[in-house]
Design a protein. Structure first.
Length: 365
């Protein structure tokens, strides 16, 4: 049996008619920058998330950059985040000459351990930047309470969690600003790079919209130093075609996760989703003791796996200047040694899920 990690081919075949039709319209019009497709997508994203403003952009990484620029991060400002995530989160803080201040994660959700946040706050702290890892929001009640107490901004890295909820509210409609990524393998992916920033704050929304086009407030007039960070019109057209199918895809990701959990809960450290949250299941990630051996055995059976993330950020060469050491964030380090993501996408059949789970059960230690 051949198992596909993300199944983007099947996805395209399923939605081909709508996607091709939308692309043809763009190609015939030959309008490739912004335009009505981008505007319409932003309206639909606002409707889907409940956020007042959705501003699409060129990637999740640029969405983080634009958000940090919008809150006015200055050199040496400190932003509290976790070391167990994709690099973009801290990379963009550092790129703006701010300082990522790491706190460790919870061992079962892999999200920021909110009990550790207050002790990391200093006079220089400007914001908290939680990551909704693998698709599940962090403990936003705690984070918002701390942010209110110390007058900090909250930016959510929801690159992996579009479609997830916290107390029934979209992850994109929490904090001061929330971002997502439309990288092809993300829960809602385009067919290239793309991202979006969400906020209920009109001032931020206007600023982010301008920063996205080189800080222009009107053509050829530059209010800010910005970036070339637009979403391609072609990518907007693809997302417009895919968005109507997304709620069903989320249901199917939940179906896959539930079936994995049913098979594996007695045998492995399965993902834990807190009762007040839903995950968009960007990944289904286990913790195992015999990862290398297990990966090899699964590979032999045609089952691809991934490791998100094998090296936590505080141990990356580029962050040496932050002066962190091994054992500073033991939960993150332990996760890096043990996590294993197994195939997760809405198109896995029950037979395929059973095949993956059976092979896992036979080889897991
Ligand atoms: C947690 C996290 N943050 C940020 C990003 C960056 O998104 P993009 O790849 O669209 O730049 C990703 C994507 O991999 C991610 O997983």
């Amino acid at each position: 049996m051949i198992i596909n990690f993300s199944n983007l081919q099947i996805q395209y075949q399923k939605y081909k008619k709508r996607i091709d039709a939308n692309l043809e319209i763009i190609l015939n019009k030959s309008n490739y920058i912004l335009g009505e497709e981008v505007e319409l997508l932003e309206k639909q994203l606002e409707k889907f998330t409940g956020a007042k403003f959705a501003i699409t952009c060129s990637s999740g990484t640029d969405a983080l950059l634009l958000s940090l620029m919008a809150i006015g991060i200055e050199p040496d400002d400190e932003i509290i985040t976790t070391p167990f995530t994709w690099i973009s989160t801290s990379e963009m803080i550092s790129l703006l000459k701010g300082r990522p201040v790491f706190v460790d994660i919870e061992p079962d959700t892999y999200n920021i351990n909110t009990e550790l946040i207050e002790s990391a706050i200093t006079k220089k702290t400007k914001a908290i930047l939680p990551v909704s890892l693998y698709g599940q929001p962090s403990n936003m009640d705690d984070i918002q309470t701390i942010a209110n107490k110390y007058n900090l901004k909250v930016i959510i890295d929801g690159a992996q969690s579009f479609g997830s909820t916290y107390n029934k509210k979209s992850d994109s409609n929490l904090g001061d600003i929330s971002i997502t990524s439309f990288f092809p393998s993300k829960p809602l992916g385009c067919y290239g790079d793309g991202g979006a920033v969400f906020t209920n704050n009109e001032v931020y929304a206007k600023k982010i919209g301008q920063l996205r086009v080189h800080g222009q407030n009107r053509r050829f007039y530059h209010k800010y130093i910005g970036i070339g960070g637009r979403l391609d019109t072609i990518q907007a057209a693809i997302l417009l075609a895919k968005l109507p199918f997304f709620p069903k895809e989320l249901q199917d990701r939940q179906r896959v996760a539930d079936r994995y959990t049913k098979h594996l809960s007695q045998f492995a450290n399965i993902p834990v989703i807190r009762p007040n949250r839903s995950s968009s299941w960007a990944q289904y990630t286990l913790k195992v003791n015999n990862r290398d051996e297990l990966r090899g055995k699964l590979k032999d059976k045609g089952i691809p796996t991934s490791i998100f993330y094998p090296v936590p950020l505080h141990l990356q060469e580029c962050f040496k200047y932050l002066n962190y050491n091994k054992n500073d964030f033991k939960v993150s380090e332990n996760a890096s040694d043990q996590v294993l993501s197994i195939p997760m996408n809405p198109f896995l059949t029950n037979d395929q899920i059973d095949y993956v789970a059976t092979n896992l059960r036979e080889n897991i230690k």
